[in-house]
Design a protein around this ligand. Structure first.
Ligand code: SAM
Ligand code: DTB
Ligand code: SF4
Length: 330
């Protein structure tokens, strides 16, 4: 079995053994895998916009937008189409190739869907890839998004099945899997990953990656978020995760899902440039780009451009469909 084989049958022991490797051995293996599938000096960039902010009925313990916690966030109605298009144009002008629109919903209503379908069409017309994250979907809703031309749907597993109930009680891990199945079934590219630093164990991190890697088809995009601690949420004040454990998790994700884009996602403002460089060495090849995530800060485009220049990293300029990923040889 070579490093580059795509597998869907990882055991918990195998993944925990990867986590336990000496750091240099793990990074060497991850970087070797990475180079078999990707240009090691290219990073894909996506820009986020919160199209509907706050007042979410779910109780995700990490989230600024849950109505269950007082985080001081001002709620906003669904944004009008022209504001969304203006934000996408600005993101494109700064070099972003994918525009990701997020809504604080448990699930969209049919009326919501009409508006989102319009937004997807307008962003596509700008020549950008489209991604939305709207909460749970039925199979019929996923089909509607596919018909609208949606490229990616983001729906994170967030943590391991074992730890899930410690973080969210208003839905189950199985609900997440069901939506992902609807998205996959509709033929939309899947974007699914999780959050680290929520008090989960290393075994939980391994278990979450196992759930992603053992899906019949790997998510094309795997966002690995570091918890952004938001005052007023239950997870504010959680023990900070060791940076090197974060890097290890990126490396294991790269090894388990060799041909997927692994995104170094939320939490970069609290990370040194050196830690981010280690994440790229570990096989991360995508970031969120632009000064805001959904409701919290992200490094600005200027900072990222300087970081990429220092590392000799190029931003992917051409929106690529994930299923046409070129293999770069070894
Ligand atoms: N409501 C939808 C849902 O939960 O699927 C979509 C929006 S939700 C904000 C999208 C993702 O953002 C979550 O699944 C979670 O992984 C991530 N996220 C939210 N708050 C975060 C935080 N404080 N730190 C890191 N990631 C966070
Ligand atoms: C993902 O995995 N991370 C993004 C995106 N998918 C939707 C969201 C991060 C949110 C961080 C907290 C905030 O800005 O509200
Ligand atoms: Fe709602 Fe999504 Fe935030 Fe959970 S993560 S509270 S579902 S917006």
């Amino acid at each position: 079995m070579t490093d580059s084989a795509i597998r869907h049958d990882w055991t918990a022991d195998e993944i925990e053994a990867l986590f336990a490797l000496p750091f240099n051995d793990l990074l060497f293996r991850a970087q070797t895998t990475h180079r078999r599938h990707f240009d090691a000096n290219q990073v894909q960039v996506s820009t986020l916009l919160s199209i509907k902010t706050g007042a979410c009925p779910e109780d995700c313990g990490y989230c600024s937008q849950s109505s269950k916690y007082d985080t001081g966030l001002e709620r906003e109605k669904l944004l009008p189409l022209d504001e969304v298009v203006a934000a996408a144009q600005a993101a494109k002008a700064k070099g972003s190739t994918r525009f990701c629109m997020g809504a604080a919903w448990r699930n969209p209503t049919d009326k919501n869907m009409d508006k989102v379908v319009e937004m997807i069409g307008a962003v596509r017309d700008l020549g950008m890839e489209t991604c939305v994250t709207l909460g749970m979907l039925t199979a019929a809703q996923a089909g509607r998004l596919k018909d609208a031309g949606l490229d990616y749907y983001n729906h994170n597993l967030d943590t391991s099945p074992e730890f899930y109930g410690n973080v969210v009680t208003t839905r189950t891990f199985q609900d997440r899997l069901d939506t992902l199945e609807h998205v996959r079934g509709a033929g939309i590219h899947v974007c699914s990953g999780g959050i680290l630093g929520m008090g989960e164990s290393s075994r939980d991190r391994a278990s979450m990656l196992r759930a992603l890697a053992n899906m019949p088809q790997h998510p094309e995009s795997v966002p690995i978020n570091l918890l952004v601690q938001v005052e007023g949420t239950p997870l504010h004040g959680a023990d900070k995760l060791d940076d090197l454990e974060f890097v290890r998790t990126i490396a294991v994700a790269r090894i388990l899902m060799p041909a997927s884009y692994v995104r170094l996602s939320a939490g970069r403002t609290g990370m040194s440039d050196a830690t981010q460089a280690l994440c790229f060495l570990a096989g991360a090849n995508s970031v969120f780009y632009g000064e805001r995530l959904l409701t919290t800060e992200n490094p600005g485009a200027d900072h990222d451009q300087r970081l990429f220049a220092r590392l000799g990293i190029n931003m992917e300029t051409r929106p690529l469909a994930a299923d046409s990923q070129a293999c770069c040889g070894s």
